[in-house]
Write a protein that binds this ligand. Structure first.
Ligand SMILES: [Zn+2]
Length: 167
């Protein structure tokens, strides 16, 4: 191990530890200086990339027959719209994950907005309205597989719904 002064491509520099064969160290240094970012700039870059994806939604059905439509990423810019549409903010909402990953449930609970649609005669229309709104903005919507069929059915009946490849 040795200390190296690195001039990152973002213009910042830092003294870092490098390990391993000299050849690999030199290759890392070359990469840091041509493409690497300091840790602050790297974090900012990641945040910008994440934001560029835009609001991201997830729909799921619960055992009680309730459909939940959840905005779990980049909700801040549309929080007023979400509130107006009846979404409520929670410190923890479920994010998509498989049954296996659900064992680590705390990793799949993030702050976000959730619309809860109980079973009822207008539920399909309300789900369709949400799907239409989300797809209309070209935001991402994914659905649990059991819900996929429900969304697909609605889309067949509503030619104004687009983006069914997401389901
Ligand atoms: Zn930097």
């Amino acid at each position: 191990m040795a200390k190296y002064d690195i001039n990152y491509s973002c213009g910042h520099s830092a003294r870092i530890d490098l390990y391993g064969p000299e050849r690999d160290r030199q290759r890392k240094i070359a990469w840091f200086e041509s493409d690497g970012h300091c840790s602050d700039c790297y974090r900012d870059k990641k945040r910008t990339e994440e934001k560029a994806v835009g609001p991201t939604f997830y729909a799921r059905g619960t055992a009680a027959g309730v459909v939940e439509i959840i905005c779990y990423k980049n909700s801040y810019d549309i929080k007023d719209q979400l509130k107006e549409r009846g979404y409520l903010f929670y410190d923890e909402v479920p994010a998509p994950g498989s049954l296996a990953t659900a064992l680590f449930a705390e990793r799949y609970r993030v702050p976000g907005w959730m619309l809860t649609l109980a079973a009822g005669p207008d539920r399909h229309a309300r789900i369709a309205a949400e799907a239409n709104w989300i797809y209309g903005h070209k935001w991402k919507l994914s659905a649990q597989s059991t819900l996929g069929a429900t969304f697909a059915n609605m889309i067949e009946q509503r030619s104004d719904l687009v983006g069914s490849d997401q389901l």
